[in-house]
Design a protein around this ligand. Structure first.
Ligand SMILES: Nc1ncnc2c1ncn2[C@@H]1O[C@H](COP(=O)(O)OP(=O)(O)OP(=O)(O)O)[C@@H](O)[C@H]1O
Length: 256
């Protein structure tokens, strides 16, 4: 049995009198410990898909099961990381991570300490968000999500706002966290290289209404090198699929 089973997920929004079909018949199974990356044209429903898995949106047809249970709302089993870190500016780093859990509880205090080490933020316990760089702030939000020991971590373009150097640093940090915690990941990105670099599988979605166009397993050992020939071959493969999606989109929008 897969950890996460998304079956025939179909979703539309009301847009005035019209209906906007956003996701169509998405079926996707994610195994425990898998790192799934999702790419697709802008507006194809990637965020909508993540929100449904997170239980932040339950208005859809089809079903989503996490660890055998139907997802009926948000909960501690699903961690969510947004593009911007969304920290509380008036709370210190450790309090942001602890959230509604008390740091007076030694177990919580110990877990926060371990996570701060994992995301390489030792020494910043008492710092405030305004004292952190974008990458550091995003690491705080990842630590906050991990404290709840989610079964799946959902990341919606988490490094999209970061510069190339910090982004590459954050990719390494996330891979380390993944190896250490073995959390299953679903990671949405616009960046094909990032998708291949991180993913055990890359899911390519079609233009709206988003469907699963293709799932490509990335059978490359870690550490991966973006300049290696094997990596470039996967790049060609993914790009080829992406071009098919774009051609289809052009044909559809021209009404051919
Ligand atoms: N709450 C909402 N109400 C109405 N329409 C919405 C809502 N949320 C999203 N949409 C529409 O659904 C479509 C898919 O949006 P979504 O944000 O999931 O796409 P995306 O693939 O994540 O896009 P991007 O890559 O640009 O971030 C878009 O056309 C968007 O305008």
């Amino acid at each position: 049995m897969s950890l996460l089973e998304i079956t025939q997920l179909t979703k539309s929004f009301e847009k005035g009198k019209e209906e906007l079909n956003v996701l169509k018949d998405i079926t996707l199974h994610v195994k425990q410990g898998e790192f799934i990356t999702v790419i697709g044209p802008s507006g194809c429903g990637k965020s909508t898909l993540l929100k449904a898995v997170a239980g932040l949106d339950t208005e859809y047809s089809g079903e989503i099961k996490l660890d055998g249970n139907m997802v009926t709302g948000a909960g501690i089993n699903q961690g969510f990381i947004f593009q911007e870190p969304r920290l509380f500016p008036w709370l210190t780093v450790e309090k942001n991570i602890a959230g509604n859990l008390s740091l007076k509880n030694t177990e919580v205090k110990e877990s926060v300490k371990k996570l701060m080490e994992l995301v390489r933020l030792e020494g910043f316990e008492k710092a405030y968000p305004k004292e952190l760089s974008g990458g550091m702030a995003q690491r705080v939000s990842i630590a906050r999500a991990l404290l709840r020991k989610p079964k799946v971590l959902l990341l919606d373009e988490p490094f999209g706002a970061l510069d190339a150097f910090t982004r590459s640093h954050m990719q390494e940090a996330l891979l380390e966290i993944w190896k250490e915690e073995k959390t299953s990941m679903i990671f949405v990105t616009h960046d094909i290289d990032e998708a291949i670099y991180l993913g055990s599988k890359v899911v390519i979605m079609s233009a709206r209404p988003g469907t699963v166009q293709k799932v490509i397993s990335i059978d490359l050992p870690f550490p991966r090198r973006k300049s290696s020939r094997a990596f470039q071959e996967f790049r060609q493969l993914v790009l080829g699929e992406f071009e098919k999606v774009e051609e289809l989109e052009l044909v559809n929008s021209a009404g051919i």
